[in-house]
Design a protein around this ligand. Structure first.
Ligand SMILES: Cc1cc2nc3c(=O)[nH]c(=O)nc-3n(C[C@H](O)[C@H](O)[C@H](O)COP(=O)(O)OP(=O)(O)OC[C@H]3O[C@@H](n4cnc5c(N)ncnc54)[C@H](O)[C@@H]3O)c2cc1C
Length: 253
């Protein structure tokens, strides 16, 4: 982008300011931020992107180009733009919260470790999957999907039945989740128990594509590919009855 006139910023963009960063569980930050006009983010998906500019560069935020299309900066100005899940949004105050899974090497983890009240970062959204509406649900996910699963279970109607398998690194990260009584919740400890996608496939290997439960899976990409091979390719459960999404990608050794 080469222009001395300040570009018009994308409607989906906000500059957000850190209010507080707490650590309610050993592996999670609970981040509270503030941004103007948050109404837009309350509909159209439960996720958003954090926009982190390259270190040491003046940020170039998503802008509207001469054709009216929203553009993300590229090249040296490219933004790191991982997806996060809203925990809450309070439109009148502009406050919103989300949980960051703390992992070594994560650029957002590093940014959060050093961040202080008043620091700013971009956000863009909303987007991504909505809370599924179904009588029966089966769910698998790891820490990155925990905020989405927590919300799905909390918003499910009381009569919903099903199973949820959630993997965390240690018992200390297990949370109390609000859920319908007919949904059984199994916490899995990484390295000790079968992974959540394996548990989902093993325990639900014989679903009929005619009246399946809603199958929801958010985990590392290669794991989700296994879920896709099983539920979509082998059992024939289509996207109307499933959400199978790679939430992060394991770096190649
Ligand atoms: C729809 C959706 C919703 C999401 N919601 C949330 C959320 O609410 N909270 C949340 O914490 N995450 C969430 N994620 C996952 C998050 O976007 C990714 O984990 C992202 O890579 C984090 O960026 P980073 O800057 O921390 O790591 P990066 O700088 O992108 O990656 C650095 C290194 O960390 C590794 N890495 C990335 N994620 C993990 C992980 N989970 N475990 C171990 N190593 C990892 C990468 O392989 C890479 O080697 C969501 C993803 C999607 C698609």
């Amino acid at each position: 982008m080469s222009s001395s006139i300040a570009p018009q910023l994308s409607d989906a963009f906000r500059l957000a300011e850190v209010v507080s960063i707490e650590q309610p569980f050993p592996s999670f930050y609970r981040v509270t931020m503030r941004a103007p006009d948050m109404q837009r983010y309350t509909e159209g998906g439960m996720h958003f992107r954090l926009l982190l500019p390259p270190k040491g560069r003046t940020p170039v935020w998503p802008y509207i180009d001469e054709t009216g299309r929203a553009r993300f900066p590229s090249g040296d100005d490219q933004l790191h733009n991982p997806v996060y899940t809203f925990v809450s949004i309070d439109v009148p105050t502009g406050h919103f919260t989300f949980d960051v899974y703390i992992h070594e090497g994560g650029r957002i983890t590093e940014w959060m470790r050093a961040a202080k009240s008043g620091d700013t970062i971009g956000i863009n959204g909303p987007g991504g999957g909505a809370v599924p509406v179904a009588d029966q649900i089966i769910i698998a996910g790891d820490e990155t999907a925990l905020p989405a699963i927590r919300r799905i279970l909390a918003e499910a109607a009381p009569e919903v039945t099903g199973h949820a398998y959630i993997e965390v690194g240690a018992e200390r990260d297990i949370q109390q989740l609000e859920k319908p009584v007919g949904v059984t919740l199994k916490w899995l400890i990484r390295g000790r128990d079968l992974g959540p996608v394996h548990a989902l496939i093993e325990n639900h290997s014989d679903l009929s594509p005619d009246a399946p439960p809603f199958v929801w899976c958010g985990a590392e990409k290669s794991q989700v590919q296994k879920a896709r091979a099983h539920f979509r390719d082998a059992l024939g459960i289509g996207p109307d009855h499933s959400y199978l999404s790679g939430y992060w990608r394991q770096a190649k050794p």
